[in-house]
Design a protein around this ligand. Structure first.
Ligand code: GTR
Length: 393
């Protein structure tokens, strides 16, 4: 065995710490002092009431939305730490035609250090660098050792996979360990933003892997990790395609529009208080005063590609509400001339993800392969109360 190669990928990050501790920033107003907005908030109006008319205006409004999402819902994206990547030896499974390699990411800030472990798998016969899917393993126990066969579904379609455990970036529903160990009380983010940060660190490491085309990065995750994937895609413009699967509340589902026994703001802030900003529960009985809703998080991804996979029987994740946030976010894609970069796919299932939809949409985005008619098909009536605004002409 050759000794593992060690290389320093990135030196000290230039970004300063952005957190609640930011001295000169005025403190965000409490929920009780914010105006009530009954419908999905208008992406084309600034907080001071002026209109978004041009793409330059949108860039400014986009920054405003990023700030609102961080100030009220998720907490602030932690900075990029110093990182050292150790690459293990690559080994090829000839039957599955998959080459696998372990990456160990050492992330450091001052005297603190944490480790993220990533398994990368790519098609062994690829002639050029391939797109890559960043996929957190979803298991409540210790992560299972991934097998070459489990990656072949993707590598056969010309896509590499980076699999990792997001609990290395932040444990579930706790504000200790992972990124919290690195930055202590200098950060205020909840786990969803911390996990988004975790995706970003994996992408940093993949930028140093020559078999991978990191400009064609796809982020996905199911359920709570679907929420994290959407946060990752919204806050990092390097990500080409974002696929939050059945992401529900805190993901693509609206807080304002509840149609059945869907998860509501008070449910998620009650059961998972550490997923979001420490003060998010102030909106439990003031949902209409939340200055954002989830179509705005989706709109942050524009004009980069976004697929919403949903299940019509997955009531808790509010599939009907996602049709409304999808229609609302699409207005922003239309405004940016990218209406074909956002899509939705309903399956008649419960809380079950589908690799096929992700792969078909990736083929459309990267290889211009046509999509089946199942994509973009609505399952519910348009809700006229969802929003009354539209993209400026
Ligand atoms: C549920 C939670 C959902 C979703 C789900 C999951 O208990 O209410 O928001 O995240 O867990 O991740 O499986």
């Amino acid at each position: 065995m050759r000794p593992a190669r060690v290389f320093a990928l990135l030196l000290v990050a230039a970004v300063g710490l952005c957190s609640a501790a930011d001295g000169d920033k005025p403190k965000p107003k409490p929920a009780g002092e914010l105006p009530e907005i009954k419908e999905l908030p208008n992406p084309f109006t600034f907080g001071d009431g002026t209109a978004v008319r041009t793409k330059e205006d949108w860039a400014k409004r986009r920054d405003e939305i990023k700030n609102l999402c961080q100030d009220y819902e998720y907490g602030h994206l932690p900075p990029k730490p110093k990182m050292t990547v150790t690459r293990g030896d690559a080994s090829t499974d000839e039957a599955a035609k998959v080459t696998m390699q372990q990456l160990t990411l050492k992330l450091e800030h001052e005297t603190n250090a944490i480790t993220m472990r990533v398994t990368v798998a790519w098609p062994s016969e690829a002639k050029a660098a391939v797109p890559v899917l960043l996929q957190p393993s979803f298991s409540f126990g210790p992560p299972k050792a991934p097998s070459a066969k489990s990656f072949a579904t993707f590598t056969k379609r010309g896509i590499a996979v980076a699999q990792f455990s997001l609990t290395d970036a932040a444990p579930d529903n706790k504000r200790t360990g992972g990124v919290y160990k690195l930055y202590g009380d200098k950060i205020d983010c909840g786990n969803l933003m911390a996990w988004g940060w975790g995706f970003h660190r994996v992408l940093d490491a993949l930028e140093g892997v020559k078999e991978i085309d990191a400009k064609k990065a796809i982020v996905t995750g199911h359920s709570r990790y679907g929420k994290a994937a959407l946060v990752a895609g919204a806050f990092d413009e390097r990500i080409a395609l974002t696929v939050p699967s059945h992401s529900g509340a805190g993901g693509s589902a609206p807080y304002r529009l509840i149609y059945a026994k869907n998860e509501e703001l008070k449910n998620i802030s009650g059961a998972f208080p550490n997923w979001s900003h420490p003060d998010f529960k102030q909106f439990n009985d003031k949902v209409a005063r939340l200055p954002v809703d989830q179509h705005l998080l989706m709109a942050l991804v524009a004009p980069r590609a976004l697929l919403q996979p949903e299940g019509t029987q997955d009531t808790w994740t509010n599939p009907e509400g996602v049709q409304q946030t999808f229609a609302a976010a699409k207005q922003v894609y239309e405004f940016l001339g990218a209406a074909d970069r956002i899509n939705i796919r309903y399956r008649p299932v419960g809380h079950i993800p589908s690799n096929d939809d992700l792969l078909d949409y990736a083929d459309f985005v990267f290889n211009k392969k046509p999509l089946s008619e199942a994509f973009g098909k609505f399952e519910y009536k348009e809700d006229k109360k969802a929003f009354s605004w539209g993209a400026p002409k």
